[in-house]
Design a protein around this ligand. Structure first.
Ligand SMILES: [Zn+2]
Ligand SMILES: [Zn+2]
Length: 154
């Protein structure tokens, strides 16, 4: 009924989609998801099918290791992710957090466990007051829910 009154739209471009909270096929095709091979510390994708599996380390991380053991990134931050993330941060499009968290969960597969704890980067209290929400906390909560249910991005 609600879908008839308010047909679901692609979160990025606004095209009609079958189900709310998703991207259309065109926008999905524009995502550059980061898949193996990538640096296991900072998730920098390597351009070729380099050997080494999950233990590849980029030159920057090898020379100056970050203070964490493993890092993942869901996608290259280019035009399409920008259309999802900037509205999440600055235009109250909080529904984008659920979709983004599904991609984050897929990227973090193997690192996230049922008892994992998700800690968002804090937002300065002045910014929190003006924005009314912490987008990192929304992502962390959505990621925790997604990881707990083992969901995959559509
Ligand atoms: Zn679209
Ligand atoms: Zn790296």
């Amino acid at each position: 009924m609600l879908d008839t009154l308010f047909p679901p739209h692609c979160l990025a471009c606004g095209a009609d989609v079958m189900q709310a909270g998703l991207l259309c096929a065109t926008c999905v095709s524009q995502l550059h998801l980061i898949t193996s091979p990538y640096c296991h510390r900072c998730a920098l994708p390597f351009p070729s099918r380099a050997a080494g599996g999950a233990t590849l380390t980029c030159t920057a991380c090898a020379e100056n290791p970050p203070p964490w053991r493993e890092g993942r990134a869901a996608m290259v931050y280019d035009d399409l992710p920008r259309q999802l993330i900037l509205p999440l941060k600055y235009a109250d499009r909080t529904e984008n957090a659920t979709l983004l968290a599904r991609y984050m969960a897929a990227a973090a597969r193997g690192l996230v466990e049922k008892d994992s704890i998700f800690i968002p980067v804090p937002l300065h209290r002045v910014r929190l007051f003006t924005r009314r929400y912490n987008q990192a906390a929304l992502l962390a909560c959505a990621l925790a829910r997604t990881a707990d249910r083992g969901q995959r991005p559509a």
